[in-house]
Design a protein around this ligand. Structure first.
Ligand code: IPE
Ligand code: IPE
Ligand code: MG
Length: 244
């Protein structure tokens, strides 16, 4: 298998298991999240070097607001810290940062920082790093439906013209290719409201390791598994005999 061949253009990851990783080591959950951010740094670098074009990481879900207030505050602080200290490095590495999800109820100050970070890196031509923050797939589809309805009302769009391509342009991920592979760590095998529209033909790769244990070799392993899959998109196998 030639590893350099058929590198997925877009990899989506559900970074799960920070809390359990910490708990098993009798450490506070915050340590798990801190360790998780280290892995983000490494995986972003590795993905860029491997030639991946887009890497989308689930950092905070629409449903994560239901966690205890102290945990939410800690995660928001970690995000704040990431924006303060990592964005310069991303920029120097020619990485474009995109953030997808709803602004509300993220603290205004953070939203402003998120916008500034995206503006700063907007013209970069290397890896596109997409962070899903306060993101929910159903919420994204609702927002798209509302935007489209508004355009129809204002005569900017025709009801009958809506198709898969134009619908994609109403999503937060407009302009990006759909993910080729979804990776989820921690052993859970569910989508948790992640990229519902975009993952319709992605290959799924689940592994037991917790996110703080996810290394560059695991990413390479996932890509290898992806390369061994046959993506049929509803057709019959390339190798199948013609039906008689
Ligand atoms: C993933 O780890 C990170 C976020 C959801 C922010 P978790 O915090 O979900 O860790 P577990 O699943 O409780 O172990
Ligand atoms: C999904 O993980 C969200 C992120 C990784 C940010 P969760 O840990 O919140 O998912 P559930 O609740 O186990 O489905
Ligand atoms: Mg979890």
């Amino acid at each position: 298998m030639n590893f350099t061949r058929d590198i997925p253009q877009h990899i989506a990851i559900i970074m799960d298991g920070n809390g359990r990783w910490a708990k098993e080591r009798h450490l506070p959950r915050a340590v798990g999240h801190r360790e998780g951010i280290q892995r983000v740094r490494e995986i972003v670098r590795a993905a860029g070097q491997m030639g991946v074009k887009v890497l989308t990481l689930f950092a905070f879900s629409h449903e994560n607001w239901q966690r205890p207030r102290t945990e939410i505050a800690m995660l928001m602080k970690a995000l704040d810290h990431f924006l303060d200290y990592e964005v310069r490095q991303l920029h120097e590495s020619n990485i474009r940062l995109l953030i997808i999800g709803r602004d509300d109820p993220i603290p205004k100050r953070l939203v402003t920082k998120m916008q500034a970070a995206q503006a700063k890196t907007a013209a970069n031509t290397g890896l596109t790093l997409v962070l899903a923050i306060n993101y929910g797939g159903r919420q994204e589809i609702i927002d798209a439906a509302k935007d489209f309805a508004r355009d129809v009302q204002a005569n900017r769009a025709q009801l009958n013209s809506l198709d898969e391509q134009s619908m994609s342009r109403y999503l937060y991920t407009r302009g990006l290719p759909d993910p080729d592979i979804l990776i989820r760590t921690s052993g859970e095998q569910r989508l948790s409201n992640y990229l519902l529209w975009q993952l319709s033909y992605a290959e799924f790769y689940f592994l037991k390791k917790y996110w703080p244990e996810f290394k560059t070799e695991d990413l390479a392993q996932a890509i290898k598994a992806y390369q061994a899959r046959e993506r049929r998109y509803g057709q019959i196998s390339d190798h199948a005999e013609t039906a008689d």
